[in-house]
Design a protein. Structure first.
Length: 175
């Protein structure tokens, strides 16, 4: 029979393994899939392909606390799988952010003030299962938005169609 310490240790190993495989899958998607026929063409059409060197850049943050220490340097913010229950208002201080990866958290909406992040080109809110509201006024101000990923949530189909009308030049992935 395992002691409580042994269970906690095993649980920690599972979390580390899960994180490792999530990052491994992301790397596969970023580095292997782009060389497949047809995929490269789609990237050229949308012009939002991720430069792999950016992940090694000092401008790429996946820790909100570290990003808060350098708000002017944040170009790429990845808070995937953080299980956050509320949208961190600190994100709104990253005026230079271009790519916001915020999937698989627990917030019901994002704030209307999202519109102040006018440099955002990619916004990924997929897998936020509790999301049931999109701030249309704030999203309408994201004129540089090229790709908006908003799949796997509780939004009504009508909400997504409203966003499509507001942002006709943005590719919206909702399924």
């Amino acid at each position: 029979m395992k002691t409580m310490f042994e269970w906690q240790k095993a649980k920690g190993k599972v979390l580390i393994a899960r994180t490792f495989f999530c990052h491994l899958f992301s790397a596969f998607c970023l580095f292997i899939l782009p060389v497949q026929p047809g995929f490269a063409q789609e990237q050229k059409e949308n012009e939002v392909a991720l430069d792999p060197s950016l992940m090694l850049s000092e401008n790429w943050f996946n820790d909100l606390e570290k990003a808060k220490q350098h708000p002017g340097q944040v170009l790429y913010l990845d808070l995937s799988l953080q299980k956050l229950r509320a949208f961190p208002k600190e994100i709104l201080t990253f005026k230079n952010v271009e790519r916001l990866y915020l999937p698989y958290n627990y917030w019901p909406s994002i704030p209307d003030e999202i519109g102040i992040l006018t440099r955002v080109k990619i916004l990924d809110l997929s897998g936020n299962y509790y999301m049931n509201y999109l701030p249309l006024e704030g999203l309408s101000k994201l004129k540089n938005l090229e790709l908006f990923i908003i799949k796997d949530n509780k939004l009504a189909a009508g909400e997504i169609e409203k966003v499509r009308k507001l942002l006709p030049h943005t590719k919206i992935v909702a399924e």
